[in-house]
Design a protein around this ligand. Structure first.
Ligand code: PLP
Length: 462
């Protein structure tokens, strides 16, 4: 597969070049020359295949000729010992994307990326140095994904005092080939520092630099996998049973079933042969873009809902056709506080406004509504939502109340485990059972260097 920049169709590069570079030299994002299609036999058996097999079939055409089948096979098996269960919660389906080591969906992209980079850089003498700025979740997933990978070192920049204690331990508690820098400033300052480092001639001579932020195509492709897997299960009419760390109160599922008297899920429950609609809590829109790729590849998806918090650049665009970036505003779903979503450029490269409007419904949700959704869903069904997933849940209720949804299976993507945002969730819904990986991370000690937001200070650390 060849990839070209969203800003220049004429210069196509390989998967390896696109992945290792991250951003194209002209500042554009890499997109595929064409979106591959699932072979008929794969398409019709998505509902019965194991997660690593779907991962293999989904990723294969995107890396063909560059990562051999036997290597890809190994990569997907070692990257995904956990899956993405599509479970029944209350009156709808939830696609739980938080069963990986850092309990947010970014594990899916980061774990594939780390293994792909390791293979693509085999035999290189000079170690690769990955610089990544994070507001919280990305840094932990990238650190965990690359931890112990030979020939690659990772430096994570995070805003000092502005990530949660758990997130700081996930970023700065591993050591080894992962180093962490606490920047005296905001996330934007961290991102600006990384950009400056990439533009610095002296560093360019001295180090082999690469980035791991969400515009990297190698993080998006593996995210198409869980959409295809879930769409296949829904279409076959077979939801998954709860995952090991499904966040319910004791007996929550049974109580909910008793109360609903078998009537639940008339609107949004599983229905064999009917394609599913996915609701995607969105910030930079990488996750939704991956969903669009899965849809284009042939996964049985009806539509998407783009749910945002008050940073509603994309819902407004869907409504008006006018794309207007804004300054981001702080909310309780802070991984989605993005006023200028970077992956929109990719969406616009593949779809016109009319096409997007047909395929994607937009909705935005306030912090007050997010809080209410966490309380409501827990008290009615004993299921815990994190603030990001609660934005998705409420967006569905709001669109349904406005008569904008037709009946059919509906899956809300749950992008993080509620225990990852326990400070918020527990105040609203009581104690949340934490998965083992988070308990382990809390025991780590933070080891990071603090620097002012200046390039010279960063250079001294590298
Ligand atoms: C990153 C993140 C999002 C937003 O995903 P995008 O791909 O940037 O749209 C939503 N929820 C959580 C928990 C996240 O970490």
């Amino acid at each position: 597969m060849r990839y070209y920049s969203t800003r220049n169709k004429n210069e196509a590069v390989s998967f390896a070049a696109a992945a290792l570079a991250g951003l194209a030299p002209d500042g554009g994002l890499y997109v595929p020359e064409e979106i591959p299609q699932y072979p008929g036999a794969v398409k019709s058996s998505l509902g019965a295949m194991d997660y690593p097999d779907i991962a293999f079939e989904t990723i294969r055409p995107w890396v063909e000729g560059e990562i051999p089948g036997s290597v890809l096979e190994e990569i997907v098996h070692s990257a995904y010992p956990f899956g993405a269960p599509l479970i029944e919660a209350g009156d709808r389906l939830v696609l739980e994307l938080f069963h990986g080591p850092t309990a947010a969906f970014k594990d899916f992209g980061a774990r594939f990326m780390a293994r792909a980079f390791s293979y693509l850089r085999r035999g290189e003498g000079k170690p690769l140095r990955i610089l990544v700025a994070t507001s919280g979740d990305t840094g932990g997933a990238v650190a965990d994904g690359f931890y112990g990978v030979e020939g690659i070192t990772v430096t994570v920049l995070y805003p000092k005092g502005r990530v949660s204690p758990l997130q700081e331990r996930q970023i700065a508690g591993l050591g080894g080939n992962i180093s962490a820098i606490a920047v005296e400033g905001s996330f934007d300052d961290c991102q600006a520092l990384v950009k400056q480092a990439f533009g610095d001639k002296d560093l360019k001579k001295r180090l082999e630099l690469s980035s791991a932020n969400s515009i990297n195509i190698s993080r998006l492709i593996p995210q198409a996998v869980y959409y295809a897997a879930a769409a296949g299960r829904a279409f076959a009419g077979i939801p998954d049973s709860d995952g090991e760390a499904t966040p319910r109160t004791e007996g929550g599922k049974r109580k909910a079933q008793d109360r609903d008297d078998g009537r639940k899920a008339e609107l949004f429950g599983i229905r064999p042969g009917v394609p599913v609609t996915f609701c995607v809590p969105s910030g930079n829109f990488g996750n939704l873009t991956a969903g669009l790729y899965a849809y284009k590849m042939g996964a049985p998806v009806a539509r998407f809902i783009a749910a945002t918090n008050i940073n509603k650049t994309v819902p407004d665009y869907l409504e008006s056709g006018i794309y207007e970036v804004r300054r981001s505003q702080a909310t309780m779903s802070n991984a989605m506080d993005v006023g200028a979503p970077s992956n929109f450029e990719r969406m616009a490269a593949h779809f016109s406004w009319e096409e997007m409007k047909r395929l994607i419904l937009g909705a935005y949700v306030s912090d007050e509504e997010t809080r209410e959704a966490i309380i409501r869903v827990h008290s009615r069904w004993g299921y815990f939502l994190d603030p990001h997933s609660a934005v998705g849940w409420h967006a569905v209720d709001a669109l349904a109340a406005a008569g904008r949804l037709t009946p059919g299976p509906l899956g809300v993507l749950s992008t993080a485990h509620p225990a990852k945002f326990a400070e918020t969730v527990e105040k609203l819904a009581g104690p949340v059972p934490a998965p083992g990986s988070l308990k382990k991370a809390m025991e780590r000690t933070v080891n990071s260097r603090t620097i002012p937001a200046e390039l010279s200070a960063l250079k001294e650390c590298l």
